[in-house]
Write a protein that binds this ligand. Structure first.
Ligand SMILES: [Zn+2]
Length: 87
């Protein structure tokens, strides 16, 4: 990761996160800005922007969501019990 220049700091400024640098990865077409931000639940996180809405993801929140989805998939509905009406 390389440090941002002063000009980049202004250009890539976000009100909800601090630009900490730029990173180039093999599967990325170009360098992406890396931000440090605060997750209300998990504290300080570092991530790059995702998609057109430039969303920053907290990995801990993502993991929790993945686990939840996995649990939901594992959950099998019990067979419908026979209800005997007394009245
Ligand atoms: Zn989080």
């Amino acid at each position: 990761m390389r440090s941002p220049t002063f000009r980049e700091k202004i250009k890539f400024n976000r009100c909800d996160a601090d630009l900490i640098g730029f990173e180039q990865r093999e599967d990325w077409k170009m360098e992406l800005p890396i931000y440090r931000f605060k997750c209300k639940k998990h504290g300080i996180q570092v991530d790059y922007e995702h998609g057109y809405n430039r969303a920053l993801h907290c990995k801990a929140c993502d993991n929790e969501l993945t686990e939840e989805t996995a649990r939901e998939k594992q959950h099998i509905e019990p067979p419908e019990t026979l209800v005997i009406k007394l009245f």
